[in-house]
Design a protein around this ligand. Sequence first.
Ligand SMILES: O=P(O)(O)OC[C@H]1O[C@H](OP(=O)(O)OP(=O)(O)O)[C@H](O)[C@@H]1O
Ligand SMILES: Nc1ncnc2[nH]cnc12
Length: 240
Amino acid sequence: MQSIVSSHHLCLAPPPPVLCQRLLCHRVPSIRLPSRRSTTSLRLFPCAAVSRESEMAAKEDGQDPRIPKIASSIRVIPDFPKPGIMFQDITTLLLDTEAFKDTIDVFVERYKGKGISVVAGVEARGFIFGPPIALAIGAKFVPMRKPKKLPGKVISEEYSLEYGTDKIEMHVGAVEPGERAIIIDDLIATGGTLAAAIRLLERVGVKIVECACVIELPELKGREKLGEAPLFILVASDAA
Ligand SMILES: O=P(O)(O)OC[C@H]1O[C@H](OP(=O)(O)OP(=O)(O)O)[C@H](O)[C@@H]1O
Ligand SMILES: Nc1ncnc2[nH]cnc12
């Protein structure tokens, strides 16, 4: 059984059999959610359901009860891809059909009917969450790709990562000036990737309505790099 550790002591269940990270849920920062942590990247955990009590606690706090389940479906792999990095692995979320659907639904409910014509997804993991959201809200999906992947004429922006540097590119003509976009990725760490995506779209006159990620690592203060673009996240993790 998973446990939720709440500052309101709404639910204190026995600790799970694996080490836990602390996850802080969006909109109710006082609730801390443990998630899975593994010492090997080869072992895939099945996604356990959150306990009934945990779901009730989330409801009493006015929080979307889907969020704790989404949080608990994310695995953390220490020291990947290099020592010191606590890697937030969303592949376990993808194995959990309910958590995956709920993740997409939460975003769709937020953005449907908001006049958004562009969903920009950042390679690679933004390509998992972006397309179903784009289809559901009736927007086009624009891939923001790693260098030398797009065959047409591109514009590009460089950025730095929590573990290295990189560049993203977008096809010229994929978007029109005046269009309204959301930018989707799985995670914001230092914010360098999303900041580069914002710069790319703004260079061609697109309005960034919001950036949306499943996970934020708040300790890395990535949202401070986003300028005036708002950030919407489902889960905040202090395992940076
Ligand atoms: O906020 P930042 O510090 O910029 O980091 C966040 C980015 O890092 C990860 O992608 P990564 O560059 O590892 O590429 P991948 O999805 O291709 O593995 C993640 O999916 C985000 O895109
Ligand atoms: N800690 C982390 N986990 C997963 N993806 C990341 N991208 C940058 N930092 C990351």
